[in-house]
Design a protein around this ligand. Sequence first.
Ligand code: ADP
Ligand code: MG
Length: 223
Amino acid sequence: MIQIRDLLFRYPRSPFVLRIEEMTVAAGEKIAFVGPSGSGKTTLLNLISGINVPEQGSVAVADFPINQKGDAERRSFRIATIGFVFQQFELLPYLNLLENVLLPYRINQALTMGPMVRQRALALAEQVGIADKIHRFPSQLSQGEQQRTALCRAVIAEPKLILADEPTGNLDDENKRLALELLFEQSREHNATLVVVTHDMGILSGFDRVVDFRGFRAREVAE
Ligand code: ADP
Ligand code: MG
């Protein structure tokens, strides 16, 4: 599902360098990215989703060579293929919770909105305990509620790849459990590949593989 080779990425005017010789993630695999803050975990998710483009090397997702495409093509590919839970949620402030969850249906021309979709959105919100707040705007939601809204939005359209950047960072233990259950269940039911950035060592056993970012270099530490 994801193939990275000889990747080199740098931000302008920043000493940070991300180098990955090779990383392959199989379709349906559940993989966790761990490592200290600033080691490049978010940067790599942005490279996988085509938000960032590498200076050298290749990144392919579902055989689509992301690094060889222009902005518009990368964006449509991302919208059609990837569900992204951003570290800062990136909810739209002028849409309520339900409208935020349904956002992929507004921006992806290939998707058709209907009663079934709305039903699914409500079921997902119910599953993570925010169904009673669907009419609230992001500013009227706690960080944890915003995070769960972002989770529902990432999975609503049944993407083949789910990227989740510290998706349980703002949640208490019970909501953490519900959030992870949602991610794992969606991955299982739709055979989606799941990549989760986490600091939570307690949840690693649920993943097929853990990649440690210590020393900037993604080094595989567990099988
Ligand atoms: P992590 O998610 O592992 O905490 P990031 O990928 O966010 O790390 O950041 C990796 C490094 O790149 C950090 O040193 C960070 O300061 C730097 N960085 C992140 N985003 C930018 C940016 N837009 N411009 C310049 N430097 C950045
Ligand atoms: Mg990060």
